[in-house]
Structures are given as C-alpha cells and as structure tokens.
Design a protein around this ligand. Sequence first.
Ligand code: GUN
Length: 281
Amino acid sequence: MPAKIIDGKAIAKKIREKIKTEVGSMKVKPGLAVIRVGDDPASIVYVNSKEKACLEAGFYSEKYELKEDIDESDLLKLINKLNKDKKIHGILIQLPLPAHISQHKVLEAVSPEKDVDGFNPVNFGRLLSGNKYLVPATPKGVVRLLDEIGVKIAGRNVVVIGRSNIVGKPVAVLLLERDATVTICHSKTKDLVEECKKADILISAVGKKGLVTKDIVKKDAVIIDVGITKSDGKLYGDVDFDNVKKIASWITPVPGGVGPMTIAMLLENTLFAKRKIEENK
Ligand code: GUN
C-alpha cells in the first residue's frame, strides 16, 4: 500500500483558524516584526507569506525590507528599538543574512522574550537543557505533524539529515526529549545509506533534490521532507517522492507538507510570546 500523505497545509490551516478565533477576542493584537536584509528571492517569498499569514490571523504586522549593504550597527539599532516597542511581541530576522553582518550578534540582540524564531542563544540553550521556551518554528512544526498522524516517537530510531541551527539540531533535540533514539547525519557522515536504512522516522533538511531515494528508506518508515529546492520554476524537496511513497507508511509532500507548518508555528510562537510578556508585566 502506498504511503499516506501528511497534509501539512490542512493541518496548518486548522491551527491558523484556531489562532484567528483566539485573536479575534483580544483587545491588544499580537504584533510581529519581520526583518529581511537584501533581495534573496527565497527570503522575499518567505517573508511575504509570513506577513500575509499574520494579517489573515488578525495580528499586527510590521515588515522591514533593508538594503543588502546596510551597516550591522543600523540593523542592531532597529532590533533594539523593536525590543522596546510595546506593539511588538515577536521579532523575526529572516536568514540568511549578508556575509558582512554577524548572524550571531544579530540573533543575540533579539530580546529572548520576543525571539519567536527561538534562535537567540538563551532560547536555544533552554531547549537544549530541557527547559524550552520559544522553540524554532520548523522543528516544532515537524514534531506537531508527527503527533497529528499519531506516530509513536518514544523508542523509535529517528535519522535527521542536516545539522543546521534552523532545523537539524533543534529537531534532533525535540525528538530526543520525546525519547527517540536520534542520529544526525551530514555531509561528512561515512555511510549515509546504512544510517538512513535504520530510520523508523527519517527527516531530511538539506535542500538537495533527489537525496533521499527509495533505496535508503526502510519499509513503512515515516518520511518528513524539510528540504526545498527550486528547479525549472518548480519546488522540490530532498525526497524522491513518487518512488519513496511506494514503501513509506507516511510522507510529507513538497510543497504542502512542512512549509505551511513553519508559518503556523510562527503565529503560535508570537501568541505565546505575547501571553508571556503580559504575564511578566
Ligand atoms: N530561513 C530559513 N528558514 C528560516 C526560519 O525558520 N526563520 C528565519 N528567520 N529564517 C529562515
């Protein structure tokens, strides 16, 4: 039997509708500021979708589109201003940043209580030490999808391909916390095929079309495809979807799988940040 498709788009829609209803009865709307630096085409698309989702959910939204050659100090000044702005509960700096700007410095400048991406070292450290607060959106969305389909996580072998701070590392930590046995693979992994064949749950977050073929997938594995590559004007994941779906039990499509969940989790995080800021006033 072919794999069941994990409909991230539908699951995310349900979450967004629930958030919209909640926000509808709020006097003060959750406010999200999104900052993009430069004209990376993918970042333009992501930031515009984030802004659109915010407005649809009834959030207050600010979008900053800064020039590629902006000084690091000017970006830091803007972040400091937003840190103090009462209308803003969440600040997101779209990555990647241009090479002349220190990503570490910028992410450290975001107030941990408004860090809806969970990339500030305070929140990253909280996640790692088992005291999570604001959690990166894509990894959170991956775990939510696994919970939605009701797959058991504890005791299962999870293989994560990719070790980025945005997806690979945090998703590994979240699943370790749920008692999975987690292996992280990357470009220097000696035998990717052997590692992947052991996976009950395989998560690929590389951005390399066709990386995960059916030969490296165990029968009835759950496949989560976080990769995105554009080729001939079309979007592709890391997974050879048509062939892998013949042997997997569940699989996410690209587009329409993990992507919509990232945005839904960002809205959830902004709502969480607002609630916490109000509690701590
Ligand atoms: N670039 C790619 N994914 C992300 C994300 O989840 N957040 C931010 N800020 N930048 C990204």
